[in-house]
Design a protein around this ligand. Structure first.
Ligand code: EPU
Length: 428
């Protein structure tokens, strides 16, 4: 199961990552697959689910609603309930914003849902207006009362919904809502991430009628009911990308198996541009480090653009590149919290608005640093592997939200990384 202790740190020493590692199931798919089980009239089994704290939180949300859920050896088994409590409470939503993904399924299946308003988070303000506007267009009556979203609809009506931004979360919520709505729901400017296709495949196994998932127009024909289904979660492209970048910046050679190369094309193109050698397997990717990493420009964009979830790791890599790199963050406004921490390790990064200007340095030097969020935490560990001396990474609860057995996997690639208890005098 996911780790219980937040009072730990990772002690990281310079090492070269070399070898093979298997990607876990995708966090950002598994969370939605679990939420989608709310739509099913009988048992669902989801395999290849990573043991991370965000999954535990989503399971807690379903248990709070009244479903019977077990999680063992990577499989989540979900039994429906005849007496649901149609609510996602504040203490769970506050831990994980993805809890909002139960709104669409509960509303379309039961005609009512009460979900705590997600607050701010470390990477930006993260609005949910498109989730709510879309459901309103489908006939929901939505009000905010005492910090909760209360949504009601006798029967959602299929509708044409245009998303201002290709939001992953809004696409998924509306896709799930459409499965049991009356008539046809069309989502325009839908997010095209592979995790949305994975969700759609699961819903179709449950009996839903969906076309176009993975493209910017998704068409959902509402059906009367959905049954249980069994499904295997796709591999985690962001976890895989993290290990590949780690190999590239530590002078190594890493193969990640269990992930679709096409899901990582955006990263592979950039790593090649930086001078790395890149190869693909039918279900895997190989990256060998460049002799000298070259400075490049990176802009984050919704899929198939470069993923914002690999942007901090890319900053870590480019901090030791030859020349000056430019990184532009277009998805989340506050996703540069990594830069001050990387600068503590000797990087030379300046930010202006959503741009980071990274002047490559010859080497980083180890220091204590704090993970400001999940991906930045992983990026700091990678930086520690490339730095001279010892790096201590605090704030591991962020990393444990999304990386299964992170240090064990790194160790299997030859990394010197140890999780130790924080002693009284340690300062995070
Ligand atoms: N946005 C709005 N209104 C909305 C919804 C989104 O303005 O109603 C904005 C957001 O504020 C943001 C942008 O649209 O600026 C994109 O947000 P999106 O909805 O796509 O993000 P999300 O669904 O909340 C998921 C992943 C994130 C990942 C983003 C972008 C999950 C659980 N989370 O978030 O993953 O960064 O898509 O790809 O799927 C992570 O894994 O570290 C992580 C943060």
């Amino acid at each position: 199961m996911a780790r219980e202790f937040a009072n730990e740190k990772l002690v990281v020493k310079k090492s070269t990552l070399t070898g093979r590692v298997r990607a876990s199931g995708a966090k950002n798919s598994a969370l939605k697959l679990i939420a989608a089980s709310l739509l099913a009239g009988s048992r669902c089994v989801i395999r290849n689910v990573p043991s991370i704290s965000d999954v535990v939180t989503m399971i807690e949300v379903l248990r709070h609603i009244g479903l019977e859920v077990s999680f063992d050896s990577g499989s989540v088994v979900i039994e429906p309930t005849s007496k649901p409590n149609l609510e996602a409470p504040y203490h769970l939503v506050q831990q994980m914003r993805a809890s909002i993904e139960v709104l669409g399924p509960l509303l379309t299946r039961y005609g009512f849902a009460r979900v705590a308003m997600p607050g701010g988070c470390n990477i930006g303000s993260r609005q949910i207006d498109m989730h709510l506007d879309g459901l309103t267009r489908m006939g929901a009556d939505i009000r905010i009362r005492q910090g909760y979203i209360e949504a009601e609809a006798d029967k959602l009506e299929g509708s044409r919904v245009y998303l201002d931004i290709a939001s992953m979360g809004a696409t998924e919520n509306l896709l799930m809502a459409g499965t049991l709505a009356k008539g046809t729901t069309i989502i325009e400017n839908a997010a095209r991430d592979p995790e949305i296709e994975d969700l759609s495949n699961f819903l179709c196994k449950m009996g839903a009628s969906i076309e176009g998932a993975g493209t910017s127009t998704i068409v959902v024909e509402g059906v009367d009911s959905l049954g249980g289904a069994e499904h295997k979660t796709i591999g985690d492209r962001i976890e895989a990308g993290t290990f590949l970048i780690g190999g590239a910046m530590s002078g190594g050679n890493v193969t990640v198996e269990g992930v679709e190369p096409v899901h990582l094309e955006n990263l592979l193109v950039k790593l090649e541009e930086a001078g790395c050698h890149v190869g693909t397997l039918p279900q895997g990717v190989i990256v060998s480090a460049a002799d000298d990493i070259q400075a490049i420009s990176v802009q984050t964009l919704p899929f198939p653009g470069f993923p914002t979830d690999l942007q901090p790791q890319m900053q870590a890599l480019l901090s030791i590149a030859k020349g000056t790199s430019f990184v532009t963050e277009n998805v989340f406004e506050s996703r540069f919290m990594i830069t001050d921490e990387l600068n503590r390790l000797g990087a030379n990064i300046k930010t202006k608005g959503n741009h980071a200007i990274i002047t490559g340095v010859k080497s980083l030097s180890g220091a204590p640093v704090s993970a400001p969020d999940l991906r930045a935490g992983a990026a700091l560990v990678l930086a520690g592997l490339a730095a001279e001396g010892v790096t201590e990474v605090y704030g591991l609860h962020h990393i444990d939200r999304g990386y299964e057995n992170f240090e064990e996997k790194l160790q299997s690639l030859g990394a010197s990384v140890r999780r130790v208890l924080i002693q009284g005098e340690d300062t995070p």
